[in-house]
Every structure is written in structure tokens, then in C-alpha cells.
Design a protein around this ligand. Structure first.
Ligand code: RB5
Length: 171
């Protein structure tokens, strides 16, 4: 499996550690940077991880910044990305298994290295288990347009809501 990983300058040493950790586990790792402690900006590396995953160059992605918020918000702006910012193993597994998340985000100043290892392991080992309900929810997430229409069009979910009302989906 190919894994793209990116970070900002706040957590470079944690990303470097995870690159070696994942390689030792047998993953093919695409390290998109950053590569040193020189001040940079997390959207650059969030976008790079997203582009690698969305293009199919990588199967899954890992994003790390200080809190995890900035880089994970950034990667979620890339079309085709469903990224989850997590602090625990259970949420990471849920995100992969049920929401088909393709990027996992963490805060290197919030979660310790041991927990980050466990979260990434669990995320990469979990498999998406599609059900009609999860497929419908993921499709609904993916249907939100990445343009002004998402902010202004109150009817983007009309088709899904109609199906829901008709009993097509079940919780
Ligand atoms: C540094 O830019 C810091 O703001 C960043 O690593 C992160 O914590 C943002 O969410």
C-alpha cells in the first residue's frame, strides 16, 4: 500500500519518525514534506497529500501539524478527499470503516508519538465496509459542490432527502 504523508515545520521530527516507522512496517511511503524546521505553511503540505491521494498516486494519506486542524482542513479542500482529524484509535477506525475516509489527520502537539503510531496503524489496517447506508452518506458528502453553490443552494440534498423520506436509507 502507498501512503502519502505531510506535515508543517512544527512537527517535522514526528513526520520523519512516522515515515521510517511506516517503511519498517512495509508501506511504500511518499513523503511530501516539509523536510526541515524552517517556517512554512500547512496548506502547502495538506494540498500535496490530497493531490497524491486524489490522483491515485497514493492509496491513503496522513497529515500532521501542531493541532492537526490546519493541515486537515487544508487537505479536505482537495476534491475527492475525505479527511478525519482524530485523537483516538476508535474514531480512526470508524472513519475508515464507515465513512471511507482516505486521509487521517493528527496534532503532533496534542497526541503523543505512541498514540499517533497506534492511530495510523489502525487507520491503515481498517477496511472500508460499504453498506447501502454508508454508500449513500459518503455519496451525499461527496455531492457537496466545492464552489459557491454549497453556500447558497438550499436544495443540493433534495434528491437524497426525498429518497430518505421514501425509506431508501436506514440508520
Ligand atoms: C503552526 O503554523 C501551527 O499553527 C500549526 O502547526 C497547527 O497547529 C495548525 O492547526
Amino acid at each position: 500500500m502507498k501512503v502519502a504523508i505531510g506535515c508543517d515545520h512544527i512537527v517535522t521530527e514526528i513526520k520523519d519518525h512516522m515515515v521510517e516507522y511506516l517503511k519498517e512496517e512495509g508501506y511504500d511511503v511518499i513523503d511530501v514534506g516539509t523536510y526541515d524546521k524552517v517556517r512554512t505553511h500547512y496548506p502547502i503540505y495538506g494540498r500535496k497529500v490530497g493531490a497524491a491521494v486524489a490522483s491515485g498516486e497514493a492509496d491513503l494519506g496522513v497529515t500532521i501539524c501542531g493541532t492537526g486542524v490546519g493541515i486537515t482542513n487544508s487537505v479536505n479542500k482537495v476534491k475527492g478527499i475525505r479527511a478525519a482529524l482524530v485523537r483516538d484509535v476508535g474514531t480512526a477506525v470508524y472513519a475508515r470503516k464507515h465513512l471511507n475516509a482516505n486521509v487521517i489527520g493528527m496534532g503532533g502537539r496534542i497526541s503523543g508519538v505512541g498514540l499517533i503510531e497506534n492511530i495510523v496503524d489502525a487507520f491503515l489496517e481498517a477496511k472500508y465496509e460499504p453498506t447501502p447506508e454508508s454508500e449513500a452518506l459518503v455519496a451525499k458528502i461527496d455531492s457537496i459542490p466545492m464552489n459557491d453553490e454549497a453556500n447558497t443552494n438550499e436544495h443540493i440534498f433534495d434528491e437524497y432527502n426525498k429518497k430518505w423520506d421514501e425509506g431508501f436509507y436506514h440508520d
